[in-house]
Design a protein around this ligand. Structure first.
Ligand code: HEM
Ligand SMILES: N[C@@H](CC(=O)c1ccccc1NC=O)C(=O)O
Length: 288
């Protein structure tokens, strides 16, 4: 009997042992909880707007990557605390790739025209990315501490607790400075014991310390490599902020934000923020 292509395929699957019955064992969808994940896209527009699914998925995928970024940053911070520099650097290498993915994915949302967004925007009401607890977690982990930002989460006990805790803990940079001090570097004491809920501000003595590291990298290779890794992370963070600004500008122009801010002007001011000021200041000193 001549075999149909279907019968041939079935036969091949059987020979290879490919499983088709998952009534009693774990499938792909079971493991990944796709029932929960794929039920979480709930457009609110009436009548339903074609582009709302893009808007929701862009944000949900961003939040998933932020979740992984937080996991890696927390781990990197813990590894610095125990002076395990090499694995900490491995974590940061992954963080950078996540950041690049987050930045690249702006191009998908940039296909949303102002007219298309105008159909969705009324249904967003007072919600805004400004209220992203995970984004704030990343900012706090990297050192941009701001107690006012926790207030936005007063209505959400879990997010509030996490942010309150992070606010009062040392950031990744604070832990690097403590690590350097333990390695014998002359980190000023005022940077090792301070109110962690305040952002780190630039310290001239730390610039001097980094100037020595950058003057002879070979003698301080671990520190030098870590510093450059942190500059990569800050650079990548700024690229994300800039792409956000560009997309916001092309989609809503100079409208005020649903979160209550001035919109584009507010986002532009964030481009002046720096997590690791000394690592940028030291650049002026190199080669002098
Ligand atoms: C059409 C798309 C978007 C528009 C028009 C938009 C607009 C804005 C505006 C105007 C703000 C300032 C706060 C406010 O008053 O609302 C803001 C903040 C923010 N947005 Fe978006 N956004 C868009 C997409 C996204 C996406 C995809 C994300 C990814 C998670 C995101 C994350 C954030 C975050 C984290 C903030 C707070 C930034 C900070 O505090 O420095 N936004 N957005
Ligand atoms: N702030 C935006 C609204 C917005 O973009 C938004 C609303 C709900 C969920 C995520 C959002 N994205 C980032 O701010 C606006 O003013 O149009």
């Amino acid at each position: 009997m001549a075999e149909t292509p279907d019968r041939q395929a079935n036969q091949r699957d059987l020979e290879e042992g490919i499983q088709r019955d998952f009534s009693q064992s774990m499938s792909y969808g079971d493991y990944l909880r796709l029932d929960v994940l794929l039920a979480a896209q709930q457009p609110r527009s009436e009548p339903q707007q074609h582009d709302e699914l893009l808007f929701i998925i862009q944000h949900q995928t961003s939040e998933l990557w932020l979740k992984l970024m937080i996991h890696e940053l927390r781990s990197a911070r813990a590894l610095l605390r125990t002076d395990d520099l090499a694995p900490a650097l491995k974590r940061l290498a992954r963080v950078k790739h996540i950041q690049h993915t987050l930045t690249d994915q702006w191009s998908v949302l940039a296909t949303l025209t102002p007219s298309e967004y105008a159909e969705i925007r009324p249904f967003l009401a007072t919600s805004s990315g400004f209220q992203s607890a995970q984004y704030r977690e990343v900012e706090f982990l990297l050192g941009n501490k701001n107690a006012d930002m926790v207030k936005v989460h007063a209505h959400d006990g879990d997010a509030r607790t996490v942010l309150e805790e992070l606010l009062h803990e040392p950031s990744l940079y604070d832990e690097l400075l403590a690590h350097l001090s333990r390695q014998g570097y002359a980190v000023p004491q005022r940077l090792l014991e301070r109110d962690w809920s305040r952002p780190h501000t630039s310290d001239p003595e730390l610039v001097d310390l980094f100037a020595q590291v950058y003057a002879s990298p070979a003698e301080h290779w671990g520190v030098y490599e870590t510093c450059e890794e942190l500059v990569d992370v800050e650079d990548a963070f700024q690229q994300w902020r800039f792409r956000h600004l560009q997309v916001v500008q092309r989609v809503i122009g100079h409208k005020t934000g649903t979160g209550g801010s001035s919109g584009v002007d507010f986002l532009r001011r964030a481009l002046d923020l720096t997590f690791f000021p000394e690592l940028y200041e030291v650049r002026t000193r190199i080669g002098e």
